[in-house]
Design a protein around this ligand. Structure first.
Ligand code: NAP
Ligand code: ZN
Length: 350
């Protein structure tokens, strides 16, 4: 065991405060990592506030982790002390079921182990995330940060990036495909950048007129205001793929109407009820409503390499750990441009 200093919450309505907790001793297949940066995901706040009714306190959030290896277990061959590495939303899975063997560890039939708030596979307490000095992770769930990818820009790729990359690839976003990204926040801005990099025709679908210029600068060909009824009507039947990142329960019917023939709408944002939808909306144009959860380890490694090669970089606002509560408040009132990343060097001052 080793003592670790970080920030966490002790109840659903408590702010993040400094706390000390234990990390497990290195198993033979573990990698110990000194965390340099950690991205701030809207899921961190959902989990802290117990929005999904399953939070174990104290909770240390953070699943967009990058840093350097400080020690490796005796059986680790792929990593050495000093390597630049990353950890996303997954730290373990059975590695034997069809999902794991198919590279979809996030869908592990025995249940994947999340980076925070998950029961450790040896039954020994709960995982704690990256708002902290260091972390110990099984080697198979550690990613390599490619040369040429600045560590701070790698952080948001580990959740926001892969959550968008996965459905973009699964539904073949590319030249000739009309892709709409719904919601310009952490996930949405990566969705626009990645869809544009893949060669798709990209539309940013937003509630915020003030974000139109940013959306275009990020790579959107068009901007559609979702609260402009006439514009939404004029865009009916136009899209092949929509990825919906809105964090709260909402009516999906206005978006389904935008899908053309064989169009697919993928829910990645709200983990909540979808208000009733008339089946006629799905029959028409042979539309599908799908879901997607983060992405597997090999796909995430592939994304890091794609982003390094094409320099597809998130737009990060770097903050010291001490400003995390303000960052969460800003995220919740939609004042975000477009991913907060915590500089862990600031922890030393805490
Ligand atoms: P975020 O940075 O807060 O961005 C969310 C965006 O959604 C906002 O910027 C806003 O964009 C739009 N929005 C917010 N409230 C809205 C409302 N009431 N109605 C319509 N649009 C609204 O959040 P994020 O980090 O991107 O995360 C988004 C969601 O994805 C969260 O719920 C998170 O838990 C979930 N998530 C899921 C996965 C997965 O595996 N499926 C992975 C990571 C995160 P505009 O101003 O452009 O409208
Ligand atoms: Zn996340």
């Amino acid at each position: 065991m080793s003592q670790c200093f970080g920030y966490g919450v002790t109840s659903a309505d408590a702010p993040l405060t400094p706390m000390t907790f234990e990390r497990r001793a290195l198993n033979e297949d573990d990698v110990a990592i000194a965390i340099a940066y950690c991205g701030v995901c809207h899921s961190d706040a959902h989990q802290a506030h117990n929005d999904w009714h399953n939070t174990n306190y104290p909770l240390v959030p953070g699943h967009e982790i990058v840093g350097h290896v400080t020690a490796v277990g005796s059986a680790v061959t792929a990593f050495a002390v000093g390597d630049a590495v990353a950890v996303g939303c997954l730290v373990d899975s059975c590695l034997r079921c069809a999902a794991c063997e198919g590279g979809e560890e996030q869908l592990c039939e025995k249940g994947p182990t999340g980076t925070y708030n998950a029961r450790e596979r040896n039954g020994d307490g709960f995982t704690r995330g990256g708002y902290a000095e260091h972390i110990v992770v099984r080697d198979r769930f550690v990613l390599k940060v490619p040369d040429g990818l600045d560590l701070r820009y790698a952080a948001p790729l580990l959740c926001a990036g892969i959550t968008m990359w996965s459905p973009l690839r699964r539904f073949h976003a590319g030249p000739g495909k009309r892709v709409g990204i719904v919601g310009l926040g952490g996930l949405g801005h990566m969705g626009v950048k990645l869809a544009a990099a893949l060669g798709a025709e990209v539309t940013m679908i937003t509630t915020s007129p003030s974000k139109a210029a940013d959306a275009r600068a990020l790579g959107a060909d068009h901007v559609l205001l979702s609260n402009d009824r006439d514009a939404m009507k004029a865009s009916r039947n136009r899209f092949d793929l929509l990825i919906d990142t809105i964090p709260n329960a909402h009516d999906v019917a206005p978006y389904l109407n935008l899908l053309g023939r064989n169009g697919v709408m993928v829910m990645v944002g709200a983990i909540d009820f979808i208000p009733p939808v008339h089946a006629g909306l799905l029959l028409q144009n042979h539309r599908s409503l799908a879901g997607s959860a983060i992405g597997g380890i090999a796909a995430t490694q592939g994304l890091l390499e794609f982003c390094a090669e094409h320099q597809v970089l998130p737009q990060c606002e770097l903050i010291p750990m001490q400003e995390i509560n303000t960052a969460w408040e800003r995220m919740q009132r939609n004042d975000i441009k477009y991913r907060f990343v915590i500089d862990m060097a600031s922890l030393k001052a805490a």
